[in-house]
Design a protein around this ligand. Structure first.
Ligand code: NAP
Length: 285
């Protein structure tokens, strides 16, 4: 059993497999999720329940957070009964959700004001890499915090990089998700164009995946296109959020606005809780 006590808030699609891997690696993990019944799977796997955020933050050495967006992360840390409400001097907090660099710096400042340390560590990779412990972890913070967090990163991911101070990890994450969005939009548009000209979907996907244009993401998402089913691994609303954050962070490239608009419209059309690849369904009108 590893002696570092780990706290974890946020048990959605990503949080559950990540906590499961920490448990398998021998860490004692205490958890809290706003919707308490979603704690069941990890409690069955050996985690314990903190009952509230304040106890989670003060009762563990390192507490990680994996929630939807900036507002949720801010609320977790700074609510009157939030993670920082109790005695947290000397503790380390790591936000692994995708938020803006500005929010990350706000969280860092909130922690420092309470005598705690903060690091951001958004992750690249979806549910399968989270299950397999093969995420790529984009850390931003001090070398000291990174060295403390590294054993956890080694369990959760196949690679972690300290890319700079707090804010740099979030910026790297927004950049890679812009590239992800371009890939998904491009895949959907390409297959639909081919279809409209009499090419079978299956054949077009084979042409893509067997050639130089095939990639991890095109291969991963092809079965969903063929089945026409898009259960969320990475919810479309989260990518729409990341594209908005990238724009707010200054991304102003020829494709950035139309790409954001496309995902935003798909979300507005009711596809936000389906997988990012449901952009295909949205464009297939
Ligand atoms: P998810 O399945 O939608 O889960 C969201 C989690 O956030 C749930 O635990 C939810 O609690 C919690 N939450 C939302 N608002 C909250 C609030 N105001 N206060 C407290 N908790 C709140 O999301 P996910 O797919 O795990 O993604 C989490 C983060 O990782 C996002 O920032 C996403 O962009 C990023 N990410 C996702 C993927 C992916 O493939 N899924 C990959 C890389 C990064 P409830 O259960 O109570 O609703």
């Amino acid at each position: 059993m590893n002696t570092t006590k780990i706290g974890w808030a946020g048990l959605g699609n990503m949080g559950i497999p990540m906590v499961s891997n920490l448990l398998k690696a021998g860490y004692a993990v205490q958890v809290f999720n706003r919707t308490r019944n979603k704690e069941k799977d990890v409690l069955d796997a050996g985690a314990t329940a903190a009952g509230n955020l304040s106890k989670l933050g003060s009762g563990n050495d390192i507490t990680l957070t994996m929630v939807s967006d900036d507002a949720a992360a801010k609320e977790l840390f700074t609510a009157p009964e939030g993670l920082l409400a109790g005695e947290v001097k000397g503790k380390l907090f790591i936000n692994v959700s995708t938020v803006s660099p500005e929010t990350s710096r706000f969280l860092e400042e909130s922690c420092i004001n309470k005598g705690a340390a903060f690091m951001e560590a958004p992750v690249s990779g979806s549910v399968k890499p989270a299950q397999d412990g093969t995420l790529i972890i984009l850390a931003g913070g001090t070398e000291d915090a990174y060295q403390k967090a590294k054993p956890l990163f080694d369990v959760l991911g196949k690679l972690s990089l300290l890319v700079g101070p707090v804010g740099a990890g979030s910026a790297a994450k927004l950049a890679i998700n812009y590239f992800l969005g371009l890939n998904l939009q491009g895949l959907a548009e390409t297959v639909l164009f081919a279809q409209a000209n009499g090419v079978k979907t299956e054949d077009m996907l084979t042409i893509i995946n067997e050639g130089a244009c095939g990639s991890g993401i095109t291969k991963l998402k092809s079965p969903a296109i063929l089945k026409g089913e898009f259960p969320a691994a990475f919810a479309l609303k989260h990518l729409a959020k990341d594209l908005r954050l990238a724009k707010e962070q200054g991304l102003d490239a020829p494709l950035s606005t139309p790409l954001y608009e496309s995902f935003k419209q798909a979300q507005e059309a009711g596809l936000g809780d389906e997988d990012v690849m449901a952009i295909y369904k949205h464009l297939d009108k």
